[in-house]
Design a binder for this molecule. Structure first.
Ligand code: SF4
Length: 311
């Protein structure tokens, strides 16, 4: 059954010159058919370089929005439109604009895990990989509001020994990793390196050997001469880690961190969204298409470009 679906996906992909992007957290079968696999920003940057007329984004809505902002000429399809991010939704554009109005002295730094409408309200974006570098670039006498992830913000502030204000948002998946569970899994697996994502609380990060982005974890484990790792992030990353490191022992955190939104898309959804192109003229939006206002995209692109200038 899945083989038949995969073959149809391949045919339609070729017919419509589409590329499939998949985030490291989505279901393994989607990772296996993806043209590009990576973290959200990396995927959007790669997609903008490919210049494909159709981009199928297997991830959640803020990621597909970022792909659209960086590839405005492409048709960007999100196979399940309800795949969202609870953390991104914790900062609304209205609330961020109100903060800006009442706190004009603050520099607003937004984690890329935020909606396009929120990005349009801020000064600069960051990823979990470059957040320290971005914050460190802001003059010390400037006040900073870091949003929407208070955990990433607190971890950056701690490393840089910098006072900042934090939006009260968090990733429910990483925030649920507790100190007690970390101590338990470390005790059960002595000698293994414990890696966490900086969306975890500072208390959990303090117990880790390393805190890094998903891209950082993939690179670190690939290049490490160590053999045993406990991975404190969303379980979808295990698929790629195990393929890339067949001789290493890599175990997921327990209880297994699983993002329901990241698992909403299946192969049948990818096929359905490619089939929707068959019924629609290129100029008509399919129900899967990410459609953003031009002016909003122009505003949201600026903080992303400011961040990219740091590379
Ligand atoms: S893992 Fe967390 S940050 Fe990522 S999409 Fe799910 S809720 Fe959002």
């Amino acid at each position: 059954m899945s083989e038949a679906i995969i073959n149809k996906i391949k045919q339609l992909k070729e017919k419509h010159n589409a590329v499939i992007l998949a985030h490291n957290y989505v279901a393994p079968e989607l990772q296996d058919i993806a043209d590009v696999l990576g973290d959200s920003l990396q995927l959007s940057i790669e997609a903008s370089k490919l210049g494909a007329p159709v981009i199928v984004f297997c991830g959640v809505s803020f990621m597909a929005e970022t792909a659209k902002i960086l590839s405005p000429e492409s048709k960007v399809l999100l196979p399940v439109r309800s795949a969202g991010c609870p953390m991104a939704d914790m900062a609304t554009a209205e609330a961020v604009a109100e903060f800006r109005r009442t706190h004009p002295e603050h520099v607003l730094v937004a984690y890329v895990n935020s909606t396009a409408a929120v990005k349009a309200e801020v000064d600069i974006c960051c990823t979990s990989a470059n957040a320290e570098k971005i914050v460190a670039s802001i003059p010390a006498d400037k006040k900073i509001m870091f949003l929407p992830d208070r955990n990433l913000g607190r971890n950056v502030a701690k490393t840089l020994n910098r006072e900042m204000d934090f939006w009260p948002g968090y990733c429910p998946i990483h925030n649920a990793i507790t100190v007690q569970d970390v101590e338990a899994i470390k005790n059960e697996n002595p000698g293994m390196e414990f890696l966490v994502h900086p969306e975890c609380t500072p208390e959990v990060v303090a117990l880790a050997d390393k805190a890094m982005s998903t891209g950082g974890m993939l690179k670190y484990i690939r290049e490490s001469d160590k053999n045993g790792f406990i991975v404190g992030t969303e379980c979808g990353i295990m698929h790629r880690l195990q393929i890339e490191n067949p001789t290493k022992t890599i175990i997921p955190f327990k209880p297994t961190p699983t993002c329901v939104d990241m698992k909403k898309i299946g192969l049948a959804d990818v096929l359905a969204c490619l089939e929707s192109l068959e019924d629609n003229a290129q100029s008509v939006a399919t129900p899967f298409e990410v459609v953003l206002d031009e002016e909003l995209m122009d505003k949201a692109r600026k903080p992303i470009e400011r961040m990219l200038a740091f590379k």
